[in-house]
Write a protein that binds this ligand. Structure first.
Ligand code: UDP
Ligand code: MG
Length: 152
């Protein structure tokens, strides 16, 4: 089975704070399929491509500094409506406005250190994963619980 793809990144603050396992587990437990995962420090070129849409905004320079400041975990998850599922798990951009039970509400204090990135559309997910992964690094495989996660 093949569904849609979402791009997610565990940001440097979450790595530093020891939240990688907790965050990955929240996505993993939904039944979504992990297709790619890479531990890397984003280059300034990658960061500029990733956040091109925010160029010129007051927080842009700080955002580039933040995202390039240390190792991150870049991931590709596959599922039905993965963008909505992932963004529901991540929560609102500002942790103050995020729902209880979301990553940002449970673990973050401020909008500028909100732990995780998730693409906001399938199109942007495709663009963002191409910044961090080659096609060969995004795997295709059968996961044994698929028939229990999805109706046939
Ligand atoms: N950001 C910030 N201040 C703001 C708005 C955004 O520092 O006022 C940062 C924050 O890290 C956010 C990222 O810029 O996650 C991208 O902003 P966007 O509105 O796309 O939020 P997201 O899609 O991450 O929820
Ligand atoms: Mg965004």
């Amino acid at each position: 089975m093949s569904y849609d793809l979402e791009f997610v990144m565990i940001k440097p603050d979450a790595v530093q704070r020891g939240l990688v396992g907790e965050i990955v587990q929240r996505f993993e437990k939904t039944g979504m399929k992990l297709l790619a995962m890479k531990f890397l420090i984003p280059s300034i070129e990658q960061a500029k491509k990733h956040y091109a849409v925010h160029e010129g905004r007051p927080f842009y320079e700080g955002l580039l500094k933040y995202i390039t400041s240390g190792p991150v975990v870049a991931m590709v998850w596959e599922g039905i409506n993965p963008v909505q599922h992932v963004r529901n798990i991540v929560g609102a951009t500002n942790p103050l406005e995020a729902d209880p039970g979301t990553i940002r509400r449970d673990f973050a204090m401020t909008i500028g250190r909100n732990l995780v990135h998730a693409a906001d559309s399938l199109e942007n997910a495709k663009y963002e994963m191409s910044i961090y992964f080659s096609d060969e690094e995004i795997f295709s495989y059968k996961k044994i619980d698929e028939e229990w996660v999805y109706e046939e």
